[in-house]
Design a binder for this molecule. Structure first.
Ligand code: GUN
Ligand code: FE
Length: 462
């Protein structure tokens, strides 16, 4: 018996660049939040299962103008930077870190401040459709644990990392781990505590090993965290080849690229999440692919801090795993749908180039543009594959992480002409135009974790 049945039309991109509409289907979800079956309208048991679910109070039926989308995956977000969203993006990365970001992150020694910010952030992300988030927290063990607990309590699928950064030449006295061994030991304790809270079997929230980036870590710390990843089997995340300053710094210190250095220290592993990776070479991409690591493409923050446009098409052509990251607050939007729009624009910038005085074929890199369906795939299936999780599409065995999108929601920007718009047009309009107001319900692991205020009012009246 399914524990929940959802009736309606589901839109998704099960393979890269291929849009599919599952029209008027029943999605059967089991007790552990997994899709057990998807029944088309003409299935012999369709009417019986629907009627039975209705009798038992287990049926959710979408209304006219409503569509299901898979939940969105944010592969790279700094939770403590939420209070500075939209601020100070005109300084270069290294200045922005020292002047604004490290002072803000140091405030999370205060646990009640951390709880307040993290609760508001997780609620906002769920309302914006982020069903899975991969978080950098801060160096503080207690506050990082609080973020994991808040994700568990609010029902968001998450990877949470206590940030590790110990190099006194790059990190200020007021904000760094006391030593490499302290950082490794606290990361080990953090992993154990998150696992204790989330449980061993099919956990919703996972710990993730988080060296901030190579410049902020000593060799001893990088080595210690590489060994810890091997010992615990925990995933790893870090920033990689992000800007001229950062990649030149790594070249000068090691005479090698970020990717090669991470690999030497045992940090480039299956499902390691590399934020940015804008300056990767073909050899770097081959190494990332060989190790089964993945790239979090952060197009918005790249426009501010990268001095380059990520070679997305090259990465996809080389079968490297790629998903999208908001990179809050170097990116200033909590919406992964915005991330799709920014990825589309970045791909067009790379394709078109910038010099109008060159002939069109010499301006940019032909073949760099992505489609709306590819952008949405990055935000869903791409993110799931990066993490090695069965999320991002509607298929048996996949988790029911989903959004109910309402074209007619109060405050919607979407215009819809049923006689002119195909179902794929509707999908494109949702990806390009939907705002938080169109997301009336967010599901994670088969449970409703957020409802818009309009949906709450309707339910209260019913
Ligand atoms: N590199 C090291 N730390 C950070 C950070 O907090 N944000 C971004 N965008 N890049 C970083
Ligand atoms: Fe970042």
């Amino acid at each position: 018996m399914p524990s929940r049945v959802i009736a309606g039309t589901a839109l998704h991109t099960p393979t890269r660049g291929r849009f599919e509409a599952l029209e008027d289907v029943l999605i059967l979800v089991d007790a552990i939040g997994r899709i057990s079956e998807i029944l088309p309208r003409d299935h012999p048991r369709f009417a019986e299962i629907k009627a039975q679910a209705e009798r038992q109070g287990n049926l959710t039926e979408l209304q006219e103008g409503q569509f299901l989308l898979p939940g969105l995956v944010d592969l790279h977000i700094h939770a403590p930077q939420w209070p500075q969203l939209g601020k100070a993006l005109d300084a270069p990365l290294e200045v922005w870190l020292q002047r604004y970001t490290f002072p803000l992150e140091s405030r999370y020694a205060d646990l009640s401040f951390a709880r307040e910010v993290y609760s508001a952030l997780v609620e906002t992300l769920l309302a914006n459709g982020t069903t899975t988030a991969v978080y950098f927290a801060t160096i503080h063990l207690e506050a990082s644990l609080a973020l994991a607990e808040i994700c568990l309590a609010k029902g968001q699928r998450a990877f949470v990392g206590k940030v590790a950064m110990d190099d006194a030449r790059q990190c200020p006295d007021f904000y760094r781990d006391a030593s490499a061994s302290t950082a490794v030991n606290e990361t080990r304790a953090f992993i154990q505590s998150v696992r204790d809270r989330a449980g061993e079997e099919d956990p919703l929230v996972h710990p993730i090993i988080t060296p901030r980036f190579i410049p902020s870590c000593t060799d001893a710390l990088l080595e210690g965290l590489g060994k810890l990843a091997e010992e615990t089997g925990c995933l790893v995340q870090t920033h990689c080849s992000a800007s001229d300053w950062e990649s030149n710094f790594v070249q000068e210190r090691f005479g090698a690229t970020d990717t090669a250095v991470l690999s030497q220290f045992g940090l480039l592993r299956e499902n390691t999440i590399l934020a940015h990776s804008n300056f990767v070479t073909d050899e770097d991409l081959a190494l990332i692919r060989q190790k089964g690591a993945a790239i979090a493409h952060c197009p918005l923050s790249n426009f501010y801090f990268a001095n380059a446009v990520f070679p997305l098409r090259a990465a996809l052509d080389k079968c490297v795993r790629v998903g999208l990251g908001s990179d809050i607050s170097a990116g200033h939007s909590p919406s992964v749908l915005d991330g799709c729009r920014h990825a589309l624009l970045a791909s067009r910038a790379r394709h078109s180039g910038i010099d109008p005085h060159l002939p069109p074929e010499e301006r940019g890199l032909a073949g760099s543009t992505i489609s709306v369906a590819e952008a949405f795939w990055l935000a869903t299936v791409g993110g799931g594959e990066a993490l090695g999780l069965p999320i991002g599409k509607f298929a048996p065995g996949f988790k029911f992480d989903a959004l109910v999108m309402d074209l007619n929601a109060h405050g919607s920007n979407i215009n819809w002409l049923p006689d002119l718009d195909t179902i794929e047009d509707v999908f494109q309009k949702l990806v390009l135009n939907a705002t938080r107001s169109n997301i009336v319900m967010t599901w994670v692991n088969g449970a409703v974790v957020a409802r818009s205020s309009a949906a709450q009012m309707r339910d209260d009246q019913a």
